[in-house]
Design a binder for this molecule. Sequence first.
Ligand SMILES: [Zn+2]
Ligand SMILES: [Zn+2]
Length: 202
Amino acid sequence: MRADQTSTKNYQLFSDYHTHPQGHRVQSYTQALLQPWADSARRLGLLDIAFTDHDRYHAGIDFDEIERLRDRNPDLQIRAGIELDNDPIHSAAGRNWIEKHWDKLDFVLGSIHFLDRDDQMFDSVPDGAAQFEGRNIDAIYANYFSRVREIAATGLIDCLAHLDLVKNVEGMRVSVPVTERIAGADGDCRGDERIASPRQSL
Ligand SMILES: [Zn+2]
Ligand SMILES: [Zn+2]
């Protein structure tokens, strides 16, 4: 099929493992917070969802509330998860939290949102792009993928989130295709292999 052709197949997404019920701030898990996510999943025809708030909001995660939600929505597979960032300020505590709650976590996303600045995700819109002004783009990509390898090497993550996030920043054009950068990485950072196999099925 050509790249500009539209598929005639009707693909149906069956799962979503990247959701932020707390919406980028600490909001304790309650049925009122979580049930709309189950309702929305059902409406979209999803069978399987994971809650993966960023690790800096781990204080809001409540495994008992997830269990209650499972009881109330037996038709859905509902997984307890988290998105582990490389947040220089918060993610050390996030990693500790993940290790402490390892047995209750079904799924851990790993993601690189931080490069030069400790206090700003580089993909913040529109301010994050300022981190890259006047910089060598290939060097930024190399830096980004070295951090991807680092987070994969923690052994804590089941899947890498938005592996090519660095290319989303406005003005980022690279001389080497992202796929070659990934293939050239020492160590296996191909998160796609693990998407379909969460560590623990419920
Ligand atoms: Zn996310
Ligand atoms: Zn993310």
